[in-house]
Ligand binder design. Structure first.
Ligand code: AMO
Length: 429
């Protein structure tokens, strides 16, 4: 269908005949005039209908908000309207009438409660600032993908129906898989490592990861987008460098592509400086302790502790050298002291965005690590097998895309960065 986008109108010559398709956001009637604000994915424009040109003005003034319309008319760049341009309409087709009242207002100054918004997500997303979040998400991912391609990674797709847990058994979703027991995958961890043994030694994947998180929090989803990489002949240092550069390139692509979206969201963002600081788990414990928060060795750093660390290092930083007891079986212990590992988390203030590590590549050590973690190596035979016939040393990471968006756009709830969030109580829409 031939159409002009509202976002392009300013750049057309005055007087151009244009066709606009979109939603009737606002309808205002005066004696001899009706103004209809039409919104499309790129912006909005006011169309002016003069009584002298239209026999059906009364019908027009009763048009319901959010109906889908097509308006033809002449572009007026000399308009006195706030935007400075409008369309002098010569015809209108009402393509699909919207029911009223709307379950959720699009331009109401007071925002509806979150549940109502999510229950009517298709309407909620019509609000231009909500659209901005997802345009930014797309650009961020595009920048990361582009960077990884330049670094000779290939994008892969691994199974989401799996037979084994990777990140601990408690938060698994079981699925009925004929006569076998199966689960939704928590992370592509095992498969991305198997691919390193396949000779494709730089892979990345963008896909859903499923976690049966029991509690609803503002930072957890039961289905999130995991951006994963795995690289062969590498250690944690090169994987960390790949990560900070990928995040930087993602942000730079947003800066390049989404200035009006950032403006709509009232945000000023800068490209982060790399390398990000590296702080060890032990240093974090010391910072917490000097602020009166004691973290016993081997325990996770609490949000309270991380707030003190975050205050000191601002924005992006890595926490490195986590204790073995806190990291999964696949994490490489430190050669000099196996109570610690070659692992890291990327943090933004007190929030974790990414976990990663150098992996164990020796099959005997891997089997030992399974047993230390109380897991049965025989349940992971398909994985360990890939380590027995020439497995290079390797490292990688998994980045929570919605977490990254949340911190970048200062969103108060991770659900704002998810089109249709899945949480403890929500499975529709
Ligand atoms: P981890 O379990 O730490 O590591 O997950 C990696 C990143 O995924 C994000 N994340 C979540 N985001 C939203 N809701 C959740 N419930 C949720 N759980 C995790 C976080 C986290 O940092 N296999 C390893 C990665 C690796 O070592 O390559 C893994 O999955 O941003």
């Amino acid at each position: 269908m031939e159409r002009n986008f509202t976002g392009d109108l300013r750049n057309l010559p005055d007087g151009t005949n244009v066709i606009i398709m979109g939603w009737a956001q606002e309808i205002r009637s005066l004696k001899n005039l009706v103004f209809v604000v039409i919104r499309d994915s790129t912006g909005q424009v006011q169309a002016t209908f003069k009584r002298e040109n239209f026999s059906n003005m009364d019908q027009l003034s009763t048009l319901s908000r959010e109906s889908v319309i097509r308006v033809e008319g002449k572009l007026n760049l000399q308009s006195k309207s706030k935007a400075g341009f409008e369309v002098e309409a010569s015809s209108i087709n009402v393509i699909n009438v919207s029911e009223s009242p709307l379950p959720l207002g699009i331009i109401d100054p007071v925002e509806a409660d979150f549940e109502t918004r999510l229950n009517n997500r298709f309407l909620d997303l019509r609000k231009p600032v909500k659209g901005s979040i997802f345009r930014i998400k797309s650009s961020m991912l595009w920048g990361i993908r582009e960077y990884l391609h330049q670094q000779n990674f290939i994008e892969v797709q691994t199974p989401k129906i799996v037979a084994a847990a990777t990140e601990g058994g408690a938060d698994l979703f079981p699925v009925e898989y004929f006569e076998k027991e199966a689960y939704l995958n928590q992370s592509p961890q095992l498969y991305k490592e198997i691919l390193i043994a396949s000779g494709i030694d730089r892979v990345f994947e963008v896909g859903p990861a499923f976690r049966a998180e029991e509690h609803n929090t503002v930072r957890h989803l039961n289905e999130f987008t995991s951006v994963d990489i795995e690289m062969g002949f590498s250690d944690h240092h090169s994987a960390m460098s790949m990560l900070e550069n990928a995040v930087k390139k993602g942000i730079e692509n947003v800066l390049k592509t989404n200035s009006s979206d950032l403006q709509a969201l009232g945000l000023k963002i800068e490209s982060p400086k790399v390398p990000f600081p590296r702080i060890s788990y032990e240093e974090c414990r010391k910072i917490a302790s000097s602020n009166g928060v004691e973290i016993p060795f081997g325990e996770d750093l609490s949000v309270e502790a991380l707030k003190f660390v975050g205050e000191k290092f601002h924005d992006f930083y890595f926490i490195v050298d986590w204790p073995s007891s806190l990291r999964p079986f696949y994490t490489m212990p430190k050669e000099e002291d196996d109570r610690y590992t070659n692992s890291y988390d990327l943090q933004y203030r007190e929030k974790e965005i990414t976990s990663g590590a150098q992996r164990v590549h020796n099959p005997d050590l891997l089997t030992k690590r399974f047993m230390e973690k109380g897991l049965k190596p025989e349940n992971f035979e398909f994985y360990i097998k890939a380590f027995r016939y020439g497995m290079p040393p390797h490292a990688g990471w998994g980045l929570g895309l919605e977490r990254l968006l949340m911190i970048l756009l200062d969103l108060q709830n991770i659900r704002e960065a998810t089109l249709f969030p899945r949480d403890r109580t929500r499975i529709v829409p």
